[in-house]
Unconditional design. Structure first.
Length: 362
């Protein structure tokens, strides 16, 4: 069998070797058998875990009723039917096969690739196709869970752009520990949000300093803080907006790890963020709005009551962005603050009430 060495993630298809499409009813038996064969060959989970999953893996009809079953189909040979080499299912929240999705989220499950077709980008193509389908159906996010020991699936999720949501991990007596991942579908078209990688922290630090100094007077000590993305990434979370087509980092924002905070502004149960920055050459693409929306989505996922942040008096463009998104001034938290030795400014405080506000429309 010939399969492509790579797949364009924007089209999810390589016509010369395989195509991703919706499954047909007469293919359900073959899809179930492939799913079982794929998971059996993966070596993940004990036999009790495998037995508990096998019935669900075979019941493709039930998955189809609860969502959409996708297949990767190899190019049709000279004689005979096309060969199914992979599958994945996108489920609606509230259906029986869905374990993690809630509200307007979709859930990705049962992603399986025939052992002989692995390494050809089939799983990536299936996941990207499922994300496109979820976006078109109006879902605001896609979620999935991965077994702690399944390092291959974890790498796939992170490579595609899913982010860990630690507050939604599960530990079931039968299934064991499962790690939760989420992909924000409200982000700007062509842009992927993910955590910064180790080899990108210096670049992100320089981008952050450049974004701020392009618009404002920045002291030497503040410039040093802006550049120090390495410290932020080691202690907290630094998210980047990446251009999918080119891999260029377009912007960044700093948030705490679940249950933590990065400033004294945040009160118990609130999520704060800092240093939202967009590269000057990337302005006008909605990157700032996408990053702010991602922080709001994190707050919802983590059960926060409010998202909060400080902003300097001269950052009028940022103020307009936050107000347009629904942030309001927290006047009781505003006032003068020494931001550097001998430098005192009046800091504004903004908050987005997650309990009173509807899901943010990006």
């Amino acid at each position: 069998m010939s399969v492509a060495p790579s797949v364009d993630p924007r089209t999810n298809t390589n016509p010369g070797d395989f195509t991703v499409r919706e499954a047909k009813a007469d293919e359900f038996a073959a899809i179930g058998a492939l799913t079982v064969r794929s998971f059996d060959s993966g070596g993940h989970g004990n036999e009790r875990w495998r037995e508990s999953r096998r019935a669900a893996e075979l019941d493709v009809a039930a998955r189809s009723e609860a969502g959409t079953v996708l297949v990767a189909v190899a190019a049709e040979p000279e004689h005979g039917a096309p060969s199914i080499i992979g599958t994945s299912t996108l489920l609606r929240a509230g259906t029986e096969p869905a374990r993690l999705a809630r509200g307007d989220e979709a859930e990705l499950r049962f992603t399986a690739v025939a052992p002989e077709a692995r390494g050809a980008g089939v799983a990536d193509a299936l996941v990207h196709a499922a994300l496109d389908l979820a976006r078109r159906s109006g879902s605001r996010a896609a979620v999935l869970d991965v077994g702690v020991a399944n390092s291959q699936a974890r790498r796939l999720a992170e490579r595609v752009g899913f982010s860990r949501v630690k507050g939604r991990d599960t530990d079931d007596e039968t299934f064991g520990a499962e790690l939760a991942y989420r992909y924000d579908l409200t982000q700007t078209e062509g842009v992927r949000l993910r955590l910064v990688r180790h080899d990108e922290v210096e670049l992100v630090g320089r981008l952050t300093e450049r974004a701020y100094s392009n618009d404002y007077e920045v002291t030497a000590s503040y410039a040093e803080d802006l550049r120090d993305a390495a410290s932020r990434a080691s202690e907290d979370e630094v998210w980047v907006a990446e251009d999918i087509a080119t891999g260029t980092i377009l912007g960044s924002v700093w948030t705490p790890r679940p249950g933590q905070r990065i400033s004294q502004l945040a009160k118990q149960g609130e999520l704060d963020f800092r240093m939202l920055a967009v590269a000057p050459e990337a302005r006008g693409r909605g990157i700032g709005q996408t990053l702010a929306g991602h922080v709001i989505a994190l707050g919802r996922d983590r059960g926060a009551s409010r998202v909060v942040m400080n902003s300097g008096p001269e950052m009028l463009g940022a103020h307009r962005l936050y107000e347009r998104l629904g942030f309001v001034h927290l006047t009781d938290r505003e006032g003068p603050k020494e931001v550097a030795p001998g430098v005192v400014v009046h800091l504004y405080a903004f908050g987005y009430d997650l309990q009173a506000s509807p899901a943010l429309e990006i």
